[in-house]
Design a protein around this ligand. Structure first.
Ligand code: FES
Ligand code: FES
Length: 160
């Protein structure tokens, strides 16, 4: 099957029963999308699949033929972190960081649909992404700051 991940085209034969998360992590060597619960309940594995949020741990890879996928690795562009990523750093919105890739993908999806969400809308949109460290207030603050454009014009090189 063919699929496009972070703008790159791939031709790959999925194994029977293989999940999209495994394909991304192990076969395309994109480790940013995390395994948490494995049951579609925690959001650690959140990606954009054809521009919709998806828990990649429960998506069969073989169902992704011709799909477009965006992972955390696809949010930065031209070596520069996205404004949301800079906002998360500036507002200390990650503690252990394990949930952060999924949080950032979900927040990216939110701001693409609603450029100026209020706090309730942010909390509602992010309700499918759990954080065991309890950084929810800082995550909300970071998303609100990014939505105001606080981090739009700052330049920031990634470490990659
Ligand atoms: S690992 Fe996929 S939702 Fe928890
Ligand atoms: S920052 Fe640790 S799980 Fe969210």
């Amino acid at each position: 099957m063919r699929l496009t991940v972070n703008g790159r085209d791939h031709e790959i034969a999925p194994a029977p029963g293989e999940r999209l998360l495994t394909l991304l992590n192990d076969r395309l060597h994109l480790p940013g999308t995390k395994f948490g619960c494995g049951h579609g309940e925690c959001g650690a594995c959140t990606v954009l699949l054809n521009n919709r949020l998806a828990y990649s741990c429960i998506v069969l890879a073989e169902a992704c033929d011709s799909a477009t996928v965006t992972t955390i690795e696809g949010l930065a562009s031209a070596g520069k972190l996205a404004p949301l990523q800079r906002a998360f750093i500036a507002h200390d919105a990650a503690q252990c960081g394990y949930c952060t890739p999924g949080q950032l993908v979900a927040a990216t999806h939110l701001l693409a649909r609603n450029a100026a969400p209020d706090e309730a809308e942010i909390r509602e949109a992010m309700s499918g992404n759990l954080c065991r460290c309890g950084t929810y207030p800082k995550i909300v603050t970071a998303i609100a700051a990014a939505s105001r454009g606080d981090f739009k014009n700052m330049s920031s090189e990634t470490d990659e």
